[in-house]
Design a binder for this molecule. Structure first.
Ligand code: NAD
Length: 249
């Protein structure tokens, strides 16, 4: 259904977790894939690993140009790089707000801006942003992260409107808590990581976390020609966390 043979993709934050699973899934469907990451060292063939910091415009532009040159163009952009923040608005100083918004929101703006000239030349152009259920849920102790993902959701809709007549589709996925190195790092910081993980699983409607591969499958679908009439939408991959009105993490 989602054959991507002949298509060329860039995945930001593609050296770990959801991004890496997505890069591998895109390649598995036949796409040529470049990963843009702060630390692309662990990325191996057939993926092309390129160093880039989405909070640095010059770095992003250079990496996107290099990816387009090496892949022979660009059809798919997955804006996935993101960082977290814990706390209420009183806990996070301005510098932290600037940093997280710079990576999570402006990072997508910079990368998409750099990719647009290439996407305009594609017959199957698609942008998929990794958003979160945090975009529309009042998660405790996550004010800054929620605000950043709320902005990603709005940005997705606005970009979809701006570029629909150019044939560029823009969608996002809203993962629930996904089992990635990010979440493992948070659990490892707890007094009893195993008990914390068991409690986290128990709070999920499915009784387990979402997997990175499951989020990647949704991203691949939205990026593929099979989703040619899908733009300006958010696809939740959250094990029912939002729709079932379960208590958020
Ligand atoms: P992760 O930490 O495993 O991977 C993130 C990757 O992004 C890393 O390879 C990191 O080096 C890269 N990165 C970070 N800052 C960067 C920058 N400035 N420039 C370039 N690369 C950068 O995280 P993950 O869990 O796979 O999360 C990926 C995305 O999914 C994020 O946008 C996150 O907000 C979103 N998300 C994650 C979850 C979850 O529970 N894991 C849930 C909802 C949404």
């Amino acid at each position: 259904m989602t054959g991507l043979s002949g298509l060329r993709a860039v995945v930001t934050g593609g050296a770990s977790g959801i991004g890496l699973a997505t890069a591998r899934a895109l390649a598995g469907q036949g796409a040529a894939v470049a990963v843009l990451d702060l630390e692309p060292g662990g990325v191996s063939e057939p993926l092309l690993g390129l160093q880039a910091d989405v909070s640095d415009d010059a770095s992003v532009r250079a990496a996107v140009e290099q990816a387009a040159e090496r892949l022979g163009g660009l059809d798919i952009l997955v804006n996935n790089a993101g960082i977290g923040a814990v706390g209420t608005i009183e806990d996070n100083p301005d510098e932290q707000w600037h940093r997280v918004l710079d990576v999570n929101v402006l990072g997508m703006v910079r990368t998409t801006r750099a990719a647009l000239p290439h996407l305009r030349r594609s017959a199957h152009a698609a942008v998929v942003n990794t958003c979160s259920i945090a975009a529309t849920a009042g998660l405790p102790q996550r004010a800054l992260y929620c605000a950043s993902k709320g902005a990603v959701l709005s940005l997705t809709l606005a970009m979809a409107a701006d570029h629909v007549r150019e044939g560029i589709r823009v969608n996002c996925v809203n993962p629930g808590t996904a089992d990635t190195p990010w979440v493992s790092r948070l659990l490892d910081a707890a007094d009893d990581p195993e008990a914390e993980r068991a409690a986290l699983n128990a709070r999920q409607p499915l009784g387990r976390l979402v997997t990175a591969d499951e989020v990647a499958a949704a991203i691949v679908y939205l990026a593929s020609p099979a989703a040619a009439s899908v733009t300006g939408t958010a696809l939740a991959v959250d094990g029912g966390m939002q729709g079932l009105r379960m208590r958020p993490v």
